[in-house]
Design a protein around this ligand. Structure first.
Ligand code: NAD
Length: 240
């Protein structure tokens, strides 16, 4: 029997590659994104095994409606949808702070708890949340984003403890400097890219494929005794 995976923020960037890897791993994938037309295009490109839904992860009704369309509870949920809101805390508009917290942290909470109950009743599974190295250490002007991602790290631990009895493992991937998605534009500048690569012990930027591989590992039975953990996929950046 084919198992379902839900991947949020799957229209582009890292989420689109996670969705593709999940289909390759044998899942049927529900690709959820707030950008309906874009996620439809991405699902069509991935092809058989991937279906798209327009979903706002920060809106509980929207998430419940999409969950109701799933023919059965998923075995894997990847909370990947996210937004960046940068700026010094003294000047950051409150709306920017609130949107970072709402999409990144509250969205992960809403999707996780909407699906955990049905997953538990169907025998359990795995949830993988996307944080960031910015959730592990402060970075200039990243206060709102960092706080939301640090919240995801701690929320992951609580989900793992509370939902272990449902047979659900919950882990977190913290990407480092990734040449994909929301960071693509930054690394279009060759000098910026050279400087950032120089900061990484493995001397290269990460790719969406690096992140997707870690997500699929944590979601698989190969990680069957791993829960409540955050795996930095960062070429050693956070330890340097
Ligand atoms: P991206 O901006 O390319 O893609 C994010 C996707 O999330 C978009 O398709 C967007 O439409 C969707 N989205 C935004 N708000 C949503 C909402 N409310 N509901 C549903 N979907 C929504 O970003 P990316 O670079 O692919 O990042 C994916 C994840 O990885 C994010 O959580 C991000 O914080 C994290 N991350 C990325 C990097 C990086 O450098 N790219 C580094 C560290 C962590």
């Amino acid at each position: 029997m084919t198992e379902w995976a839900v991947v949020t923020g799957a229209a582009q960037g890292i989420g689109a590659v996670i969705a593709e890897f999940a289909v390759t791993a044998g899942y049927r994938v529900a690709a959820w994104d707030i950008d309906g037309p874009a996620v439809e295009r991405t699902a069509a490109e991935i092809g058989d095994g991937c279906v798209a839904s327009a979903v706002d992860v920060a809106d509980e009704e929207s998430v419940r409606a999409a969950a109701a369309l799933l023919p059965e509870p998923p075995r894997l949920v990847v909370n990947n949808a996210g937004i960046v809101r940068f700026g010094p805390l003294l000047d950051l508009p409150l709306a920017e702070w609130e949107s970072a917290l709402r999409v990144n942290l509250t969205g992960t909470f809403i999707v996780g708890r909407t699906l955990a109950g049905p997953m538990g009743k169907a025998g359990g599974g795995a949830i993988v949340n996307l944080a960031s190295v910015n959730g592990l250490a402060a970075a200039p002007h990243a206060g709102a984003y960092s706080a939301s991602k640090a919240g995801i790290v701690r929320l992951t631990e609580h989900m793992a403890m509370e939902w272990a009895k449902l047979g659900i493992r919950v882990n977190c991937v913290a990407p480092g400097l990734i040449h994909a998605g929301m960071s693509d534009a930054i690394y279009a500048d060759a000098e910026v890219r050279r400087v950032r690569e120089g900061a990484v012990p493995l001397a290269r930027l990460g790719s969406a494929e690096d992140i997707a591989a870690a997500v699929l590992f944590l979601g698989s039975e190969k990680a069957g005794y791993v829960t409540g953990q955050t795996l930095a996929v960062d070429g050693g950046l956070i330890k340097s």
